[in-house]
Write a protein that binds this ligand. Structure first.
Ligand code: CUA
Length: 289
């Protein structure tokens, strides 16, 4: 009996395995069969609610289908046995409606609470500001210089030459530096993101951060922040179908020790022309893409 079951099921298992393996292995390096590891401070709550929902729905699934299978056998058509006419049971209906209502309410309230903790509370003052602006098809990234401040971004000023929409005369932006498809974050330091788009809707998505945010042109999103708790190499992938090159809209993202971040940033900083030339405002836009 058992061997017949396996003979029936095993071709499907093999198909499933063969079908899934290449699709996942190319994208993920670790944890191919399950969630990617979480490295963001906020990810624990998201994983927690994921597992709560998985257990709740899993137990319900097994319970409902066990009863269904049992009843299918027990009340099957048999010659000489009359059918039972059931008109339901009000008590049962009330119970199995009320319980899910409270479960859903609890999940909604908890989820909302975590969401506002992640997105609505002001990021810590010592957060490193990093601007990321999507375009077809890549990521413009802007880091602050030694002053620790980014130039102010204004979505109305975004243009082909000025993806960040910054005012080139803003003194805070003179020492900023930019990269393309290349992000480095210091570990254990809050990062405050300024997200924008140059053309169409893109989405900032890093599965290991459990972080997803759409970037709609005409807006600068300044409320998303994170704190990476472990070093590693990740991928910033665009998660909104944004055109023919969407599939290749990848950014390299590394989380590194603070000292390594600092030396990387020093190497990227624009030439110290800002201090050498007189302070008469020759706009320093050479480092802008
Ligand atoms: Cu940008 Cu998809």
């Amino acid at each position: 009996m058992q061997s017949r079951f396996y003979r029936f099921v095993s071709p499907f298992l093999v198909l499933l395995f063969v079908g899934l393996l290449p699709a996942h292995a190319e994208i993920r390096e670790t944890s191919v069969w399950w969630l990617p590891r979480n490295v963001n401070m906020f990810g624990h709550a998201i994983d927690f609610i994921f597992y709560v929902i998985l257990v709740l729905t899993g137990v319900t699934f097994i319970g409902v289908f066990s009863v269904l299978a049992y009843f299918l056998v027990k009340y099957r058509a048999r010659p000489g046995v009359p059918a039972i006419h059931s008109h339901g049971n009000n008590t049962l209906e009330v119970v199995w409606t009320t319980i899910p209502v409270f479960i859903f309410l609890g999940l909604a309230i908890y989820g909302n609470e975590e969401w506002s903790r992640m997105r609505r509370k002001t990021p810590p003052a010592d957060a490193l500001p990093v601007a990321v602006v999507g375009e077809q098809f890549g990521w413009n990234v802007r880091y602050p210089g030694p002053d620790g401040k980014l130039a102010k971004m204004d979505a109305k000023k975004v243009s082909k030459e000025n993806p960040f929409g910054v005012d080139s005369a803003d003194p805070a932006g003179l020492d900023d530096f930019t990269t393309y498809n290349d992000l480095v974050f210091p570990v254990n330091r809050p990062i405050r993101l300024y997200l924008g788009s140059k053309d169409v809707i893109h989405a900032f998505y890093v599965p290991e951060f459990r972080l997803y945010q759409d970037m709609v042109p005409g807006r600068v999103y300044d409320f998303v922040w994170l704190k990476a708790e472990a070093t590693g190499k990740f991928q910033l992938a665009c998660n909104q179908l944004c055109g023919q090159g969407h599939y290749k809209m990848f950014g390299k993202l590394s989380v590194v020790p603070v000292a390594e971040y600092e030396s990387w940033a020093k190497g990227k900083a624009p030439a110290p022309a800002v201090t050498a030339t007189s302070s008469s405002a020759t706009p320093v836009v050479s480092n802008q893409r």
